[in-house]
Design a protein around this ligand. Structure first.
Ligand SMILES: [Zn+2]
Length: 274
């Protein structure tokens, strides 16, 4: 599933395609949403926001289109007179003064006004967004040591969207490796220095991934590897999907096991249990 950085990059592209434009026509694939088509036509797109892995398209008439892509949702951009062929289910089609944005396959879509957006059941539960640049490491440390989270394993809380929003499985694995922490470690067992390092990683790795289209590895190392012929997929991560390969830091073999229902990749030497 795409994580915060991937969703934000799609939102940026959507923003570039349709923000500031007037909706000439909008069609929803889901029957329950068709009643909104008339009310959205003629409104202008103000901006596209992301909240963790959810996207909100804000209109100038006080209404908003909420969408969550889950696993399969995909935005496609085109000129209005040049829709692509697709066998996927078209869920939203927005035509704005010659430019179109099409959302395929997503099913978690709703139209809500501003007050209802604040009460949205998914958005209401989200923790601070790692791609919100006003969130600092101090905020993250506060959450890590709070009663609610300090006794839980880091491997579990990092992908809990109520702890922070926007992290998924690859970011969880990469943050834990960067911080030198085993997935079973709890923040109550960390000293200040380790807490700071972890909090910085929770913000810095997704932000770097957003800015580089997906690289969490040291940028200089990833660049060098690609210059020497490695593929982007092979160069972008420290440990994610690298089971059986050597750790870049210590040479030990990266392992894979299951945490909170998802595969977890880690170095048994660099990531100490405390
Ligand atoms: Zn290692």
């Amino acid at each position: 599933m795409p994580e915060g950085p991937e969703i934000r990059r799609v939102a940026d592209a959507l923003q570039q395609q349709i923000a500031g434009r007037k909706i000439d026509a909008i069609r929803f694939g889901l029957q329950s949403l068709k009643r909104w088509q008339h009310r959205l036509t003629g409104a202008s797109i103000k901006k596209i926001e992301t909240y963790g892995k959810a996207m909100v398209t804000r209109l100038d008439n006080g209404l908003n289109i909420y969408s969550h892509n889950q696993l399969y949702g995909r935005w496609v951009f085109c000129d209005t007179d040049d829709y692509p062929e697709s066998k996927r289910q078209l869920r939203i089609a927005i035509d704005c003064q010659g430019k179109s944005a099409l959302l395929y396959s997503a099913s978690d879509i709703s139209v809500v006004d501003d007050p209802a957006l604040l009460r949205h059941p998914f958005l209401r539960k989200l923790g601070p967004d790692v791609l919100n640049f006003s969130i600092t490491a101090e905020h993250i440390v506060e959450r890590l040591v709070s009663v609610k989270y300090k006794k839980r394993q880091l491997g579990g809380i990092l992908t809990d969207q109520s702890f922070v929003a926007g992290l998924g499985n690859y970011l969880r694995c990469e943050i834990l490796f960067y911080s030198g922490l085993h997935p079973e470690v709890r923040s109550k067992d960390l000293d200040d220095k380790k807490l700071q390092l972890l909090a910085r990683a929770i913000l810095d790795l997704p932000r770097q991934s957003y800015q580089t289209a997906g690289i969490t590895n040291q940028l200089a190392d990833a660049k060098k590897m690609m210059e020497q012929g490695a593929s982007f997929e092979d160069a972008r991560f420290y440990v994610f999907r690298r089971q059986g390969l050597e750790c870049y830091r210590c040479g030990a073999i990266i392992e894979k096991d299951s945490r909170a229902g998802q595969p977890c990749f880690y170095c048994p030497v660099c990531q100490s249990p405390a």
